[in-house]
Design a protein around this ligand. Structure first.
Ligand code: SF4
Length: 412
């Protein structure tokens, strides 16, 4: 899709979208728009950053930085706004974070929109492991969860043309000076320290790039997660603990091994886009090694193991409109996305969306994300499907994750 210099004339504004969809919380609509367009900080806003209190450094699979800008933002109701990564150039101006009447606020087109605060860093962040590795290099954090990225590269990127076209992992890894695989002992030590902080964490979350090797395809990835999750399980007395794994899609036997040998409680394998032809185009590595239909089938088998409400799949909402092979209109895309989400949900698998942030360093860096209204319609549709099929939102809700506008809507 294209978007000219007068993009504001071609799509509904934030205020009009809020008016048109009164059942959607304005906080969620603002979050979507900010994630889609990005933020810049004024000097006054940066003076409000206190590196002793706020998270300014992060090392993860998709984003590394060490400067004085905040990692991300939080709104008054606890809704997170993810500002991680560097957006590609766009005709849509970013929001400005400024200070107005002593408050940190989002400003658009000269108008204050909403108060925000900066994410606070966890207690473990400035500590080191026994081997001297800064703990913030090992485990990144959200305001309410522990986030581990044990493999910061992805095997799909080792074959030219096989990486997912919206994915920034390869560019981020090549720009950084870091190991691809983190040390399991460092991870366990850091998580052990992180869980000491009272009242902060509701979940331990793991994700990372694909590891294709092993006796069975993906066994190396399974082994890595089993090592980490069983080590963390010991911190919880060997019991099942609030946790989420987002991985490549595993076979039934591999999932049974993880479930039985660790305390993992929920499972996610991201299908990224809800259309077979677009999946083949956008995620060629996944398409060649697993395939769209097999990806869905493996998700359904995961429900047999983890139980209904404990399995879901993520989509990068908006890539379905990427040129030249994507849907030509937002109406057409919406209808197709929601009908496929309904089919998947009828098998007990939730579908959650992230806002496509068109990042520098991705194959899709010249593309334009859809309109704000499209995202709000999609989030409402996914929320309605989840309610219709009675799929529990809690495994990926605003506290456990905070990156899905549709599960943010599940709060009401
Ligand atoms: S599977 Fe795709 S989205 Fe995930 S890390 Fe690999 S290339 Fe990126």
């Amino acid at each position: 899709m294209s978007c000219g210099r007068n993009w504001r004339d071609n799509e509904l504004s934030l205020a009009r979208v809020c008016e048109k969809y009164p059942d959607a919380a304005p906080f969620v609509i603002i979050k979507i728009d900010v994630q889609r367009r990005g933020v810049v900080y004024t000097e006054d806003a940066l003076r409000q950053v206190d590196p002793a209190i706020h998270m300014t450094n992060v090392r993860s699979d998709f984003y590394d930085k060490e400067d004085i800008t905040p990692v991300s933002l939080l709104m008054r109701d606890g809704t997170s706004i993810f500002c991680e990564g560097i957006l590609a150039e766009s005709v849509r101006e970013p929001y400005v974070v400024d200070v107005v009447d002593g408050k940190i606020v989002l400003v658009d087109d000269g108008l204050p929109i909403e108060e925000v605060s900066y994410w606070e860093k966890p207690d473990y962040y400035d500590k080191k492991t026994s081997g001297g590795v800064p703990m913030w290099h090992v485990v990144s954090a959200r305001p309410q969860r522990i986030t581990i990225h044990p493999n910061q590269f992805c095997d799909y990127w080792k074959t030219p043309g096989n990486g997912c076209k919206f994915c920034v992992m390869a560019a981020n890894f090549k720009a950084g000076n870091k190991p691809s695989l983190l040390d399991v002992k460092d991870i366990i030590e850091t998580v052990s320290e992180a869980v000491k902080e009272p009242g902060r964490n509701v979940c331990v979350f793991l994700t990372g790039g694909t590891l294709m090797g092993g006796a069975e395809f993906l066994d190396d990835e399974v082994d890595l997660y089993v090592d980490i999750l069983s080590g963390i399980s010991e911190l919880f007395g060997g019991k099942r603990f609030p946790s989420q794994l987002v991985s490549t899609v595993f076979s039934r036997n591999q999932l049974a091994r993880i479930y039985e040998s660790t305390g993992l409680s929920t499972y996610t394998a991201d299908i990224e886009v809800l259309n077979k032809e677009l999946f083949n185009w956008i995620c060629p590595g996944k398409a060649k090694t697993v395939g769209y239909d097999a990806w869905k089938e493996r998700l359904y088998r995961a429900v047999d193991i983890f139980g209904p409400g404990n399995v879901n799949t993520g989509i990068v909402a908006g890539v379905e409109l990427a040129a030249p092979n994507g849907f030509k209109t937002e109406d057409e895309a919406l209808e197709s996305m929601l009908s496929e989400a309904e089919e998947i949900s009828s098998h007990g698998v939730g579908v959650v969306s992230c806002v496509w942030r068109v990042l520098k360093g991705t194959v899709f860096f010249r593309q334009t994300a859809p309109s704000l209204e499209y995202y709000v319609r999609l989030a409402r549709g996914l929320d309605a499907i989840r309610r219709k099929y009675n799929i529990n939102v809690d495994m990926d809700n605003y506290r456990r994750c905070g990156n899905h506008p549709d599960t943010d809507m599940g709060r009401i």
